[in-house]
Ligand binder design. Structure first.
Ligand code: 5GP
Ligand code: ZN
Length: 134
């Protein structure tokens, strides 16, 4: 998409520091890293969120995430990773081109886990909610 900054990075109209690249995806260093080695992985086609992506895009994107993690491990040897993405504006997605964040983690780094993103379970019981899925 013309106006998308990540599409511009793929086209090399905007420079980036590559971590890993293949036919389907590109992983590069985040320009405003939250931790050393903060990497984002994007598909080479413009897709905004997981809901709009086809199976091949998701499969190849996650394979790319794994390859990027291997590369970051080789270079920085972190103790662990937080991996995930902000899917949709209300979840904090700023760039409307799906991208998976790879955040290297070190023992004692003071960062949170997935459970620190939100803690508002609401009053509907899990059992009541489960009935909606049947
Ligand atoms: P979001 O909030 O959409 O999940 O994350 C977007 C990420 O892209 C942010 O972490 C931001 O720092 C990064 N980012 C935005 N523009 C650029 C850019 O031009 N180059 C690079 N390397 N990263 C960018
Ligand atoms: Zn795009």
């Amino acid at each position: 998409m013309e106006s998308c900054i990540f599409c511009k990075i793929i086209k090399k109209d905007i420079p980036h520091f590559s971590v890993y690249e293949d036919e389907y995806c590109l992983a590069f260093l985040d320009i405003y890293p939250r931790v050393k080695g903060h990497t984002v992985v994007i598909p080479k086609i413009h897709v905004e969120t997981i809901e709009g992506a086809d199976a091949q895009t998701i499969t190849t994107l996650f394979s790319g995430v794994q390859s990027a993690v291997q590369k970051v491990t080789e270079v920085l040897q972190p103790d662990a990773y937080s991996i995930g993405w902000n899917n949709g504006e209300e979840a904090g997605q700023a760039v409307p081109h799906i991208h998976v964040h790879i955040l290297p983690r070190w023992k004692g780094d003071g960062g949170g886990n997935m459970h620190t993103i939100i803690n508002k379970p609401g009053s509907t019981s899990v059992k009541e909610l489960a009935s909606l899925f049947t």
